[in-house]
Design a protein around this ligand. Structure first.
Ligand code: GLN
Length: 191
């Protein structure tokens, strides 16, 4: 059985665990380097990327995460998770670091105040013609994409979903409406 962790330092951990379990994976929260060692793939959930970053340092899991991601572990990052996977962050919080893994530049809180949160149907042709019911909650956007990265989807001309090998990053929350296609894609990436 595929063991998939959900980084459980802060954010919407439970929803991801539920989607993964419904797909037949052994889903487990990850808060330590030892727990990270036990999984084949990882979801980094939405939440507040600067808080997740800080806690990962305090709990000694930041460097192990960087190493696993650089070593090819399949990862799905949603919203704050996308920010943590980006090699470069614009409008980062003071001192905020990134795990890296995706050669992209991501802007935090890119939709500003008046569009703080909204829902949209986003088509990701790689996962199917049916659009994802996507919740954008103080969401980032991808502003630059390196040659190694594939754009999976856009919303109103802005890049909101990207992938490089087994590393998938989306600016929105797909899990809040029970869409499991991105989690399925993550599971397919486990060798
Ligand atoms: N704005 C948040 C951040 O900077 C991300 C919001 C989310 O994950 N829904 O981390």
């Amino acid at each position: 059985m595929t063991r998939v962790g959900v980084l459980a330092l802060q954010g919407d951990v439970r929803e991801h665990l539920a989607v993964l379990a419904s797909l037949g994976a052994q889903a487990m929260p990850v808060r330590s380097a030892a727990q990270l060692d036990a999984v084949d793939a990882l979801v980094i959930p939405g939440g507040e990327s600067s808080v997740i970053d800080r806690l990962s340092g305090i709990l000694g899991v930041r460097e192990p995460l960087r190493e696993r991601i650089a070593g090819g572990m399949p990862v799905l990052g949603t919203c704050a998770g996308l920010i943590l996977l980006a090699d470069r962050i614009l409008d980062a919080a003071p001192g905020q670091r990134t795990l890296g893994g995706l050669d992209v530049t991501v802007r935090r809180n890119a939709y500003g105040r008046q569009l703080d949160s909204f829902e949209a149907a986003v088509v990701l042709p790689a996962i199917g013609a049916e659009p994802v019911a996507a919740s954008f909650i103080r969401a980032p956007v991808v502003e630059e994409v390196g040659a190694s990265v594939t754009v999976l989807g856009e919303h109103e001309g802005r890049i909101v979903a990207v992938e490089r090998d087994g590393v998938i990053g989306v600016a929105f929350h797909p899990e809040l409406h029970g869409d499991d296609r991105l989690h399925r894609r993550l599971l397919e990436r486990v060798g």
